[in-house]
Ligand binder design. Structure first.
Ligand code: PMP
Length: 459
C-alpha cells in the first residue's frame, strides 16, 4: 500500500511491524497480536483519542479508567514540567523528603474522611495492594496476633498483576498461570445478572453478602487479617452491587475484628459521585488503595491511605518497616497529582458527577436497555455496563460464549467509540469532564455498534 502524502502510512506500518516483532503487550495473546497488530494511538485531545491513520475516537474508557479529566489539561503538564526542571528526582528514603510528596500527603489527608491521616506512596495500584498486605501483616504482628494471616477477597475481583495483587484478584485463568499466595481466600461476588437466578437483586445482594459471614466462621475470625474489595468491581465487568449488598457487608464487617481494604483504584477521585466509592456506599474501610486518576493518568502514581486504626499502631514503635520503592513519592508524579486535585476541586467535578453529568449518563445509558440485544444495563456516576444476550427475558447468552463482547467492541471502534468488553459485558467509564453533547454522541455510537452486533448475530 502506498504511503500517504506526509509518509504517515509507511511510518505507521513500520511502527506496527516493530510492535509485533518486539513488544509484548499486557493481558494479550502474543501470537494473536502478532497476526492482528493493534492501532497506534498517536494523539489525544479533550475526550478524544486519535490513531496514526487519523481516526478520531471518543474515549469511553478514560484511557484505562485514569484520564478522568480528559487529555487536555495543560495545568498538569506545566506542573510536571516545572517540577522536572526544579527537582526531577529525589527519593524519600534515609531521612529525606521532597516537597511535592509531602504536600500531596497532607492534601490527601485533608480531602479524605477524617480518620485518614497517612499515606504510603507506590507507583501503581498493584504495588499499592502488595503494600496493603505488608501493612496488614505488620499491623497484626505489632498487636501480637500472629495467627491473623488470611486475606479474604472475591471471585472476579481485579487488584493488579504482581504476584500478591494477582493472588488477591479473582480471575481463574490468571490463577492458572502462576502459584497464588496460599493465604488468600475468595468469596462470592454480587453479580446478580450472572448468578442471581430467580432471586430479586435485593434478595441476592443479602444472600451474597452472607458469604463473608460464612467464610469468617469457617476459617475462624482469629485467623483472618483482612477483607479486600472494590466498591464496584471494574475490570470484572462493572459489577454494580444490588443496593442491599454493602449495607449487609457493613453490618458483618462492623461485628468482626478484621481489617477492611477498599480498593479504589477505579472508583477513587470522583467516578461514583463521591471522592471515593466507599463514601458512595457508606462503608468504613481501614485502608484505601488508590492509583490511576490521582494524576489523571499523566504520571504513574499509586498508594495506600491509612486510617488511624492502622496508622496509630504502625507509628507507635516496632522498628523499621522494611518496604518501599525507589519512586515512592516521585516528585514529578506527586506534582501531577497536586495539579489534578486542584482541577478536580476548582471545577467541582465530584459534585458534577453526583448532580449533573453522572445522572445524565445513567439516564441515557438506561435507554439502551430497550435494545433487543441488551439483557441489562447498570451503572453509577460515570461508570456503566450492559450485558449482551440472545434473549433478554431469559438472560440466555449469545451462542459463541463470551466472544460477542469482542465483536461489539470492534463495531464500537468502527463507530468511533472506545468501549471495553469483559466477556459479553460492554463497559464504559468516560471522562468526568464529558459534556452532555459528548454523552449523547457516546450513546449514539454505542447504539450503532449494538445494531451492528445484533445483525451480526441475526437478532
Ligand atoms: N485495583 C484495581 C481495582 C484496578 O482496577 C487495577 C487496575 N486496573 C489495579 C488495582 C492495578 O493497578 P495498576 O494497573 O496501576 O497496577
Amino acid at each position: 500500500m502506498p504511503a500517504n502524502r506526509d509518509g504517515k502510512y509507511s511510518h505507521t506500518a513500520e511502527l506496527k511491524r516493530q510492535d509485533a516483532a518486539h513488544h509484548l503487550h499486557p493481558f494479550t495473546d502474543f501470537q494473536d497480536y502478532a497476526a492482528h497488530p493493534g492501532r497506534i494511538i498517536s494523539r489525544a485531545e479533550g475526550v478524544y483519542i486519535e490513531d496514526s491513520d487519523g481516526n478520531r475516537i471518543l474515549d469511553g474508557m478514560s484511557g484505562l479508567w485514569c484520564c478522568n479529566l480528559g487529555y487536555s489539561q495543560p495545568g498538569i503538564v506545566e506542573a510536571v514540567r516545572k517540577q522536572l526542571s526544579e527537582l526531577p528526582f529525589y527519593n524519600n528514603f534515609f531521612q529525606c523528603a521532597n516537597e511535592p510528596s509531602v504536600r500531596l500527603a497532607a492534601r490527601l489527608a485533608s480531602l479524605t474522611p477524617d480518620n485518614f491521616n497517612h499515606v504510603f506512596f507506590t507507583n501503581s495500584g498493584s504495588e499499592a495492594n502488595d503494600t496493603n498486605l505488608r501493612l496488614v501483616r505488620r499491623y497484626w504482628d505489632l498487636l501480637d496476633k500472629p495467627n491473623k494471616r488470611i486475606i479474604l477477597s472475591r471471585t472476579n475481583a481485579y487488584h493488579g498483576s504482581t504476584i500478591a495483587a494477582a493472588s488477591l484478584g479473582g480471575f481463574d485463568f490468571v490463577h492458572r498461570q502462576f502459584e497464588t499466595l496460599p493465604y488468600v481466600h475468595h468469596i462470592a461476588q454480587p453479580y446478580w445478572f450472572k448468578d442471581g437466578g430467580e432471586l430479586s437483586p435485593e434478595e441476592f445482594g443479602v444472600r451474597v453478602a452472607k458469604d463473608l459471614e460464612r467464610a469468617i466462621d469457617e476459617l475462624g475470625e482469629d485467623n483472618i487479617a483482612a477483607f479486600i474489595a472494590e466498591p464496584i468491581q471494574g475490570a470484572g465487568g462493572v459489577i454494580v452491587p444490588p443496593e442491599s449488598y454493602w449495607p449487609e457487608m457493613r453490618r458483618i464487617l462492623a461485628e468482626r475484628d478484621i481489617l477492611f481494604i477498599s480498593d479504589e483504584v477505579i472508583c477513587g477521585f470522583g467516578r461514583t459521585g463521591q471522592l471515593f466509592g466507599c463514601q458512595s456506599y457508606g462503608t468504613s474501610p481501614d485502608l484505601i488503595t488508590f492509583a490511576k486518576a490521582v494524576t489523571n493518568g499523566f504520571q504513574p502514581l499509586g498508594g495506600v491511605l491509612l486510617g488511624d486504626r492502622v496508622a496509630n499502631v504502625l507509628t507507635s514503635g516496632g522498628g523499621e518497616f522494611g518496604h518501599g520503592f525507589t519512586y515512592s513519592g516521585h516528585p514529578a508524579a506527586c506534582a501531577a497529582a497536586l495539579a489534578t486535585l486542584d482541577i478536580l476541586e476548582r471545577e467541582q467535578l465530584v459534585e458534577r458527577v453526583a448532580d449533573d453529568i453522572g445522572p445524565y449518563l445513567q439516564r441515557r445509558w438506561q435507554e439502551l436497555a430497550d435494545h433487543p440485544i441488551v439483557g441489562e444495563t447498570r451503572g453509577k456516576g460515570m461508570v456503566a455496563a450492559l450485558e449482551l444476550v440472545r434473549n433478554k427475558h431469559t438472560r440466555e447468552r449469545l451462542e459463541d460464549g463470551g466472544k460477542a463482547g469482542a465483536v461489539c467492541r470492534q463495531f464500537c471502534i468502527e463507530s468511533g467509540l472506545v468501549m471495553r468488553a469483559v466477556g459479553d459485558a460492554m463497559i464504559i467509564a468516560p471522562p468526568l469532564v464529558c459534556s452532555h453533547e459528548e454523552i449523547d454522541l457516546l450513546i449514539e455510537r454505542a447504539t450503532r455498534a449494538l445494531d451492528l452486533t445484533a445483525s451480526h448475530y441475526h437478532l
